[in-house]
Ligand binder design. Structure first.
Ligand code: IMP
Ligand code: MG
Length: 187
């Protein structure tokens, strides 16, 4: 019987090791503690990519908070004007609440920008945005997150919740996929 293939075999280069991720999440947690530690925020993870990051982040936050999730898609030009298609909605009413939107990576900016508008329209008292990674070169809308773990160049990364074709989310580090893996399916 052949050994099952590891998702590690598909990685060309490590962008953030598990140790570097831990240090980055520590630093973000310290800033959030300072800013929202007295506000009983709702920490909203953007599914699916943020599930690992949010789980690690909230375990470093030693103050009262709630956790919720949202799954949203931005469909190109349809998101201009702040609209986003919400496929799984929050379970909480955000009216009057302080919210921190947590995503794995900030790319075009459409998803977080539109979600922030939606939650503001619903009456959230404040909406902060936090992402582990940011690819500023890819931005298509005028948006910056309030908390950014690390900026990276325009490369496609996987691991620590981030996927390619639904795989590789379980890697404990973040790496760049070997190009032939996505070139072969992007014909
Ligand atoms: P955007 O900022 O609206 O373009 O969307 C950000 C979303 O795109 C993230 O939540 C990820 O789900 C996905 N995404 C963007 N870049 C990457 C990447 O390099 N690897 C995996 N997912 C990515
Ligand atoms: Mg996502």
């Amino acid at each position: 019987m052949t050994a099952p293939q590891s998702p590690r075999d598909d990685i060309a280069e490590v962008v953030l090791s598990a140790e570097e991720i831990a240090e980055t999440v520590d630093a973000l947690a310290a800033r959030l503690t300072e800013d929202v530690g007295c506000l009983q925020p709702i920490m909203v993870g953007v599914l699916t990519g943020a599930f690992v990051f949010l789980a690690d982040l909230v375990r470093r936050l030693d103050f009262p908070l709630e956790v919720d999730f949202v799954e949203a898609s931005s469909y190109g030009e349809s998101t201009v004007g702040g609209e986003v298609v919400i496929r799984i909605d929050l379970t909480r009413d955000v009216e009057g609440r302080h919210v921190v939107l947590v995503d794995d990576i900030l790319d075009t900016g459409r998803t977080l920008s539109a979600l922030r508008s939606t939650l503001r329209k619903r009456g959230a008292r404040s909406v902060r945005t936090c992402c582990l990674l940011d690819k500023p070169d890819r931005r298509e809308v005028d948006f910056e997150a309030d908390y950014v773990g690390a900026k990276i160049p325009d490369v496609f990364v996987v691991g620590y919740g981030l996927d390619y074709a639904h795989g590789h989310r379980n890697l404990p580090f973040i790496g760049v996929l070997r190009t032939e893996l996505y070139q072969s399916t992007q014909a």
